[in-house]
Write a protein that binds this ligand. Structure first.
Ligand code: DX5
Ligand code: ZN
Length: 205
């Protein structure tokens, strides 16, 4: 299981947090983009992110919590991320976005909110590379893992073809024991508010 670290809730500044993450065995840097429309909070713009990433070497796992993902994909493609994930709730037809990412050699992820069923993305599973299952309501770090999420993960595992399963929100050393079928876990405050990032990551890996 791989670990992607989200830096939106941390005891340090964003830049300091990302530098610390770079000193660990974390597999990905998870970048949460909130637009103030799809979710209530608005956080960073592209220039902020570029500044934070100045010394970053970790592959990027970008999570767009945005009502108009196309606008953001066009920008974030430039960072040559490993992965860009957008929400199925935000788009009527994801096919164009999937194609745009693939044309640029970037893996495409579809995210589903806690209240969205796997059924909503079933017809796209052959076309995408990653499914991100939200285990909290999107919009902020430091929330509690919603236990029902595990049934969705197991449902996806049965349908599994070429996509990875990622779970995002409230992941810590207790929750992790219920996440056997997951390929990538996103963990934020559990790691970034801890005193020793590497030790905390070791409890997940
Ligand atoms: C929630 C974000 C998550 C979250 C993870 O809206 O997508 O990536 O910040 O942070 P924790 O682990 O603190 O829930
Ligand atoms: Zn996220």
């Amino acid at each position: 299981m791989k670990v992607a670290v989200s830096f939106i809730k941390s005891r340090y500044s964003e830049k300091e947090t990302i530098d610390l993450i770079n000193q660990t065995s974390a597999d990905f840097l998870h970048i949460d983009i909130m637009d103030g429309e799809f979710v209530e909070n608005k956080n960073y713009d592209y220039e902020d992110i570029k500044m934070f990433l100045k010394d970053n070497h970790k592959p990027l796992d970008i999570h767009l919590m945005c009502a108009d993902p196309l606008k953001y994909i066009e920008e974030y493609i430039e960072l040559k991320p490993y992965n860009i994930t957008f929400h199925i709730e935000a788009v009527n037809n994801p096919l164009r976005l999937i194609e745009l990412l693939h044309d640029n050699g970037i893996r495409c992820g579809l995210a589903i909110n806690p209240d969205t069923s796997v059924k909503e993305i079933k017809s796209y599973l052959d076309l995408i590379d990653n499914v991100l299952v939200m285990s909290v309501h999107p919009g902020k770090g430091g929330q509690k893992f919603i236990p029902d999420t595990t049934s969705k993960i197991n449902e996806l595992a049965l349908l599994k073809k070429n996509f990875t399963i990622e779970v995002d929100g409230g992941v810590n050393n207790e929750v992790i024991n219920n996440l056997q079928n997951v390929d990538i876990v996103v963990s934020g405050s559990y790691i970034c508010e801890s005193e020793d990032y590497q030790k905390t990551i070791d409890t997940l890996h």
